[in-house]
Write a protein that binds this ligand. Structure first.
Ligand SMILES: *[C@@H]1O[C@H](CO)[C@@H](O)[C@H](O)[C@H]1NC(C)=O
Length: 197
């Protein structure tokens, strides 16, 4: 991955995740460094995880397309196949089907899914959307979002950006609460917010 080929949005997103996890670390500065905590950085050549250049062999598993009972098997197969990283989209319309009413249970149990990946010793990259290209209804955007006055999707629109930010922060906070970022000892090494246009 060459630095100059990284899209500015992707960079912003990566930084957002790095910053939000490091500000978390700062807030908890009094405590000792978390067990297994890893520092994720990059330069013009590669990602660097805890000072080591890492080559990521990443495959996609979309958690809501299968059941939690199937996840351990699917993740094991991915590992046996030689992957060291699982990437998944985060499906906004699964997690917030009605505005302000959240669902993280059953096939929507993102935390459980990520913890299973962690148990298998693999990294996670989180593709937060908001729009997802995954043959998924409405591109992953909740239907209620259409009713927001003045909203235009996937463009430089105040309402769209405000709702996107609220959703992304909600997911990031949840990941932080569960110590799932690499800086907290978790498996998430990268996050990506999709370019809108
Ligand atoms: C939560 O989302 C999952 C996956 O879409 C769905 O199977 C389940 O019924 C939902 N739970 C509630 C309480 O809506």
């Amino acid at each position: 991955m060459r630095k100059h080929s990284l899209d500015r949005w992707l960079l912003t997103a990566i930084l957002m995740v790095l910053l939000s996890s490091s500000s978390f670390a700062a807030k908890n500065g009094a405590k000792k460094k978390k067990k297994n905590s890893k520092e994720v950085t990059y330069d013009g050549t590669s990602l660097i995880i805890d000072g080591k250049r890492e080559l990521l062999y990443s495959g996609s598993i979309h958690y809501p397309r299968s059941t939690p009972e199937m996840w351990p098997h699917i993740i094991k197969r991915a590992k046996q196949g030689g992957l060291n990283t699982i990437q998944t989209y985060v499906f906004w319309n699964v997690h917030e089907p009605e505005q302000g009413k959240f669902n993280f249970s059953g096939r929507a149990d993102l935390v459980k899914f990520i913890k299973l990946i962690q148990k298998n010793g693999l990294y996670v990259t989180l593709r937060l959307g908001p729009f997802i290209q995954a043959e998924w209804n409405h591109g992953g955007l909740p239907y209620w979002l259409r009713e927001v006055p003045g909203i235009f999707f996937r463009t430089d629109n105040k309402e769209f950006k405000e709702h996107t930010e609220r959703y992304v922060r909600m997911i990031l906070d949840k990941m932080k609460e569960e110590n799932l970022f690499a800086s907290q000892g978790g498996p998430i090494i990268l996050g990506q917010v999709t370019k809108h246009t």
